[in-house]
Design a protein around this ligand. Structure first.
Ligand code: PEP
Ligand code: MG
Length: 578
């Protein structure tokens, strides 16, 4: 009988293979009372287990394939550092001494304490870091249990690995040993395992609770990593269908690769700029693979996450110059820190809206944080301006609401330029400054913002959230998230028109620019600059260069005026038909 499982598809692609179910021993963590005399030996036992677990990680790090993305070793490095951290190496030893208990129970107690700390964090990214703590503690527990870490990597060739969770080290070894895909019981879109799967291009899905109870090793599985769909023991017809889809997907990738060097120009001669959004280093490699025109959005808030202290000016500078070197003269759009809301970062002295705010998305975020914390803003601006002497870049201000904010930000940029001049530090005095259009008020008054800015960039992820009053990360209201809502389309069109009238470029860098269902709609509304995750760029290019703006425009104008779902669907079908 065929069983069907839905989960979170985190890495697109199809896999067909036998299941390899990874049943790692659940180590008994029950507390045992020790005598005073037994305590030194128990402490030594724990320290030795930590050493063995660390040696295993060092081996994994040394075996990372040379062509693997550089952030993979960074993940493994994080785990090595965690094992060295006092919270994992010293505190459990202190617990053994204080409670006179066994090493397993001490580790478990510390795991629970850390889970509480991580669990109380509002930031989804930081909250998922408890996964790393769990990986590391589990590795030590397994050593305590077996005396060694068991990684049966040799069994993974051509198989779909089913696990409770996978460490970054497991994921690297899995790819190295030819696993066809993987499914885990826990994890989310932002977990390291998911990020790695995408970077490595392995089809994967996560969050399939209790999957190991239903699937046995050796059973035939099919995995659709985009939809998050797993079939166990599929029928012959289902297998045939999936093989067809897999073949079509591969062929599609090959066809898209042929577009890499084709000029980005529509059938009726509209010249397009297709830029990439970047966040992590791996995106730069992907950007080159698809020959993007440059970077339309560098989300720098990722430099601030997963650490205790603010990044220094030198850290910013080093990062930006590295990106510029890699871009070899293509434009880099650096968005100043968009902290707050779902990208919350709260070291002791910074108070963003944080967990206590009722509406963090409407609280202190983006430019509001920067203007509230001038030192944080100036540090980043100094680094950006210094980097501007090394290559073409422009500054993008996030989450604007008022023209007064623009003026204030521009005044701070001027004063930073003044200080750099006085210090004799080189920078490009003509660095362009643009603003994100994410708040409906900015879209409506875009003409006024355009008078003070060198370019506009529409952030539809937030623009849709704020226009339709739905939290973009709340599953319960996700059904209302509609890029085709006439209000959204009208705001986009209004912004594009305002930019054109003011003679400044308008880019769109929200998810809508990477979705092939919508890019021709944007083209019809007058957009020529799109910025998106690099791995979507060729599919978007394919859709746009085969379109004619003159042909789609009238359907787009009609789309902007209708709320009727059927009519919307038929118009969208017309727009995307050719
Ligand atoms: C957006 O809001 O569309 C955008 C690009 O910014 P972010 O997704 O980083 O909020
Ligand atoms: Mg945004």
């Amino acid at each position: 009988m065929t069983l069907m499982f839905n989960g979170i598809g985190v890495s697109k692609g199809f896999a067909i293979g036998e299941a390899y179910v990874l049943h790692r021993n659940q180590v008994d963590v029950t507390a045992r009372k020790l005598t005073k005399k037994q305590i030194p030996a128990e402490c030594r036992r724990l320290r030795k287990a930590i050493k063995v677990a660390k040696a295993e990680l060092l081996t994994a790090r040394d075996n990372i394939p040379k062509d693997a993305p550089s952030d993979i070793s960074a993940f493994i490095e994080t785990h090595i550092l965690m094992l060295d951290d006092g919270l994992l190496s010293d505190t459990p030893v202190d617990i053994i001494k204080a409670e006179q208990c066994n090493a397993e129970a001490a580790l478990q107690q510390q795991r629970e304490a850390l889970a509480k700390v991580f669990g109380s964090m509002d930031d989804e990214y930081l909250a998922t870091r408890i996964d790393d703590v769990n990986h590391v503690i589990d590795a030590v527990l397994r050593v305590l249990d077996n005396g060694e870490v068991v990684t049966p990597a040799e069994n993974w060739k051509g198989q779909i690995v089913i696990a409770d969770d996978l460490t970054p080290a497991d994921t690297v070894l899995m790819q190295h040993n030819g696993a066809a895909g993987f499914v885990t019981e826990t994890g989310g879109q932002l977990s390291h395992t998911a990020i790695l799967a995408r970077s490595l291009g392995i089809p994967a899905m996560v969050g399939v609770h209790n999957i190991r109870q239903y699937v046995k090793s050796g059973e035939t599985l099919t995995l659709d990593g985009k939809r998050g769909l797993l079939l166990a023991e599929p029928s012959d017809n289902m297998l045939k269908e999936l093989r067809k889809q897999k073949k079509a997907f591969k062929q599609q990738q090959r066809d898209l690769n042929k577009l890499i060097d084709k000029p980005a120009i529509t059938q009726d001669g509209v010249e397009l700029n297709l830029f990439a959004n970047i966040e992590i280093e791996e995106d730069l490699k992907a950007l080159k693979r698809v020959n993007a025109a440059g970077v339309g959005l560098y989300r720098t808030e990722f430099l601030y996450l997963n650490r205790d202290a603010l990044p220094t000016e030198q850290e910013h500078f080093k990062d930006y110059t590295k990106v510029l070197r890699s871009l070899k003269g293509a434009m880099l759009t650096i968005r100043t820190a968009d902290l707050g809301a779902d990208k919350d970062f709260s070291p002791n002295h910074i108070t963003t809206s944080g967990p206590l705010a009722h509406n963090p998305a409407m609280g202190l975020r983006g430019i509001r944080v920067c203007l509230n914390e001038p030192a944080l803003f100036e540090t980043q601006l100094r680094a950006i301006l210094r980097a501007s002497a090394r290559g073409p870049l422009q500054i993008l201000l996030p989450m604007l609401t008022t023209v007064a904010e623009v003026k204030q930000a521009l005044a701070i940029i001027d004063s930073v330029k003044q200080s750099l001049t006085e210090e004799g530090i080189e920078f490009d005095p003509n660095v362009a400054v643009g603003g994100m259009v994410e708040v409906p008020a900015v879209a409506i008054a875009a003409d006024q913002f355009a008078q003070h800015l060198d370019f506009l960039s529409i952030g539809t992820n937030d623009l849709i959230q704020y226009t339709l009053a739905i939290d973009r990360i709340d599953d319960q209201v996700n059904y209302l998230y509609d890029p085709l809502h006439p209000a959204v389309l009208q705001l986009i069109k209004h912004t594009i028109d305002a930019g054109q009238q003011a003679g400044i470029p308008v880019t769109l860098c929200g998810d809508m620019a990477s979705d092939t269902r919508f890019v021709r709609v944007l083209l019809g509304l007058g957009l020529s600059e799109f910025s998106m995750p690099p791995n979507s760029l060729l599919a978007v290019k394919h859709s746009l260069i085969n379109a004619r703006r003159v042909r789609v425009r009238k359907f787009c104008m009609a789309l902007m005026k209708t709320s009727d779902a059927k009519e919307q669907e038929s118009l969208l079908e017309r727009i995307n038909r050719e």
